[in-house]
Design a protein around this ligand. Structure first.
Ligand SMILES: Cc1cc2nc3c(=O)[nH]c(=O)nc-3n(C[C@H](O)[C@H](O)[C@H](O)COP(=O)(O)OP(=O)(O)OC[C@H]3O[C@@H](n4cnc5c(N)ncnc54)[C@H](O)[C@@H]3O)c2cc1C
Length: 470
């Protein structure tokens, strides 16, 4: 697909649409928006303009200009994507959503909140909590990411075992289509069989089908009783073996997070915290929430006996320090390497233990360093692979060799490439390679129908270029 440059005429039209000061072309600004939080500079790419609309109508006006002039548009919320989702692969316009930042309604009786797409996820969580309610979407980046970005990626996080991912927290979305039309999809309904479930098509589409400008999210009663437990193991096999019995025991945990010893040490150092078995521990952090104390005691007893049966060295109540360490995992690796790639593999929950063990053993054949953590209760494992001082060529060769073993293995278990971070630009070629061709063609057909000029977030999720559709 050929795109046009952002000319002076396009800039003038954008300025008329959103106001002069909200169209940025200064090199220092463009430099900021060429990247996101992915540590893979080879994918970064400069935009030609950064545009900050303040309403769905302004987003619609920008999309109409972009369509008319054939200029690509990359929606961007907080840019915490680790899959190069917010990188403007073909230049053009980065559409920054941060000015759509109003909380429009909190309905305590109906237990929902309507917000503009640029509201920070942590602010939604905090407001809900102040009313005795829970917004259950909880990515580790909640302090910085925006709800629109979470919806676009179907973000997971720490509470997905019990409450599901972001798509399970949503009643309705307002969306601006690539042609500039505005539509409202879904409703505050417990059930609905009225046509296609289009809001769920938009959620998780990584900004390739429409720009989310507003969302109505579900809230649930906050459990008054809860406990965080840190189960410490001194070997990988025992720490991962905990997951299947735990999930089967009927405890219905809110979180089951796993950290290998590399992450235990790096994130503890980064957080300036010392926890048990810093030198040799593998951690499982488990959260249980209940509506009454007796149920909490009963579940805690069950949990303790499962941990003991699996060979835990320590089972202690976890305080905020443990979560601080967990939240700082990704950040902490920057001290070891400025270049890294994070894998986001997902397998059926019952296969997570063998998957971690198998891939950890495979990773020892390579020169890179690999750190592993997992949202173990939902089968989602993250390998952070660190380049360190390897040469570019070796890094490329060895990470490719690892993926050539890891990805077919994960698919053989019934897994997929990404559990929560999305395909973005980073996994594009693997998406082509490992996805069922009929499924892939279905996705491309939908994309062509909604965005015939392919101006919205081109180069993400589906690869039209190498399939020779120019
Ligand atoms: C330290 C750290 C911890 C993280 N922990 C987690 C975690 O626990 N779970 C998890 O799932 N992810 C996690 N992530 C990844 C990231 O935070 C999520 O993918 C998050 O949902 C991205 O939100 P954002 O606001 O930063 O969106 P961005 O990074 O700006 O955008 C993400 C994608 O969505 C598209 N997009 C953004 N806004 C819109 C919109 N309004 N309409 C349509 N498309 C849009 C963009 O084009 C891009 O493709 C983590 C990242 C970091 C750096």
């Amino acid at each position: 697909m050929q795109y046009n440059p952002v000319t002076a005429e396009v800039i003038r039209a954008l300025q008329e649409a959103v106001g002069q000061k909200y169209v940025k072309t200064e090199p220092a600004v463009l430099e900021v928006y060429k990247k996101d939080e992915s540590m893979t500079p080879s994918f970064w790419s400069l935009p030609e303009a950064v545009v900050l609309p303040a309403s769905a109508q302004e987003v619609a006006a920008v999309m109409k200009i972009a369509n008319r002039c054939k200029v690509p548009v990359t929606p961007r919320s907080a840019g915490t994507s680790v899959s190069c989702g917010a990188v403007p692969a073909y230049g053009g316009i980065v559409l920054l959503m941060e000015r759509l930042n109003k909380i429009l309604e909190l309905n305590e009786e109906g237990m929902y909140m309507t917000v503009e797409a640029g509201v920070r996820t942590g602010d939604i969580q905090n407001l809900a909590r102040s009313k005795g309610l829970l917004y259950a979407g909880d990515p580790c980046s909640a302090d910085s990411c925006l709800i629109g970005g979470n919806l676009a990626t179907n973000a997971g996080g720490n509470k997905a075992v019990r409450y599901g991912t972001t798509r399970h927290q949503v009643y309705a979305v307002e969306v601006v289509l690539p042609n500039g039309k505005i539509t409202n999809l879904g409703g505050v309904l417990k059930k609905c069989s009225t046509g296609f479930c289009l809001e769920q098509l938009i959620i998780g589409s990584e900004g390739t089908l429409g720009i989310i400008t507003k969302a109505t999210v579900k809230l649930v009663p906050l459990c008054p009783y809860h406990i965080d437990v840190l189960a410490v193991f001194t070997n990988l096999a025992a720490a991962t073996a905990l997951v299947p019995p735990l999930v089967k025991a009927g405890i219905n945990p809110t979180s089951v997070e796993f950290m290998d010893n590399n992450f235990v040490r790096s994130a503890s150092d980064y957080s300036e915290v010392r926890l048990p078995h810093y030198e040799d521990g593998f951690y499982d952090i488990i959260t249980i929430e209940t509506f009454n104390e007796a149920e909490l005691d009963e579940k805690m007893e069950k949990l303790a006996s499962i941990c003991e049966a699996c060979g835990a060295t320590d089972v202690v109540e976890a305080d905020e320090r443990v979560w601080k360490v967990r939240r700082n995992c990704l950040e902490s690796t920057r001290a070891f390497s400025k270049v890294a790639t994070s894998e986001d593999l997902v397998v059926p929950v019952v296969r997570i233990a063998e998957c971690i063990r198998h891939l950890a053993a495979e990773s020892r054949k390579y020169d890179f360093r690999i750190f592993c953590l997992a949202h173990a209760g939902d089968g989602n494992l993250h390998f952070q692979i660190l380049k360190g001082d390897m040469s570019d060529d070796e890094w490329e060769r060895q990470t490719e060799a690892f993926r050539a073993v890891a990805y077919p293995y994960v698919y053989s278990l019934g897994g997929r490439l990404s559990g929560e971070h999305g395909i973005g630009l980073k996994r594009l070629k693997y998406m082509e390679k490992y996805t069922d061709p009929v499924e892939l063609e279905l996705m491309k057909t939908i994309k062509r129908a909604i965005d015939p000029n392919r101006i919205l977030n081109p180069g993400k999720v589906m690869d039209f270029e190498s399939s020779k559709e120019m």
